[in-house]
Design a protein. Structure first.
Length: 255
């Protein structure tokens, strides 16, 4: 028989999958999924307080505060976009404590290292997402090693795991990438992007790059970094947290 946590998980997972599809296609998600999750989460929290105890209210408050703090920090330093932060906060509201699933007589998560009871489930989801997301820099590094050779790879080591080269002529047709190097500044000098995650590529930027290319100041390619649909990684991290547990703690303990 399915318990209440199972229905909440299915509800949350359906919204996360919808949001992931939107993030993959458009790199943007409306506020409707997050408002829906928060509204349901608040309703469930009130029900839990009424039917059990006020202790869950303290757990929810601590989980939300910690998740808010981490989300805001990641947003400020450019690791998150606003939708990513809203997604994690919504998960924190919906799951003030870690859910427990029983499917076909099997209890999940399968591996549950000793974590503080107050450790937010949303942060376990984030840690899993970050670990799964490591596949992207590894892929970019391997791609650049094949494209540049060992010598060129070593020379561009600072960008080899976060970006790749793209012909300037393709910038008008390729979306969901940001410029890393070279970036024209106000004085007309070419430099590496100072902003974490690169700068937006617009028509004016492309025209500047094309003018430098025609003047012989720039080659045919520039370095760009992909805009990752991180909500898809959060969704994957959520599933892993449900079925396996916190991968980071699991690896650390078994290591």
């Amino acid at each position: 028989m399915l318990n209440v946590d199972t229905f909440i998980v299915l509800f949350c997972l359906s919204i996360l999958i919808y949001a992931s599809q939107s993030d993959i296609r458009k790199r943007s998600v409306s506020n409707i999924p997050w408002l829906t999750m928060i509204a349901v989460g608040i309703g469930l929290l009130i029900l839990r307080v009424v039917t059990s105890s006020t202790y869950v209210l303290g757990q929810a408050a601590l989980s939300l505060v910690l998740t808010l703090a981490v989300s805001y920090l990641f947003f400020r330093i450019g690791l998150f976009c606003a939708a990513d932060a809203k997604c994690l906060i919504s998960v924190a509201v919906l799951f003030p404590t870690s859910p427990s699933l029983v499917i076909l007589s099997h209890r999940f998560p399968l591996f549950s290292p000793v974590l503080p009871e107050v450790f937010p489930f949303a942060l376990s989801t984030l840690m899993n997402a970050a670990l799964l997301g490591m596949v992207v820099p590894l892929f970019l590094g391997f791609r650049n090693l094949l494209h540049l050779g060992f010598g060129g790879f070593w020379q561009q080591l600072g960008m080899a795991f976060t970006s790749y080269q793209m012909p300037i002529a393709q910038l008008t047709t390729r979306k969901q990438v940001r410029l890393i190097y070279p970036c024209p500044d106000k004085d007309g000098k070419l430099r590496r992007a100072l902003a974490f995650g690169g700068v937006e590529i617009n028509d004016e930027m492309i025209k500047q790059l094309e003018s430098y290319q025609k003047a012989g100041k720039l080659g045919n390619e520039v370095w760009v970094t992909p805009e990752l649909p991180f909500i898809a990684f959060i969704t994957a991290g959520f599933i892993v947290a449900l079925l396996v547990g916190n991968l980071v703690f699991a690896v650390a303990i078994r290591g």
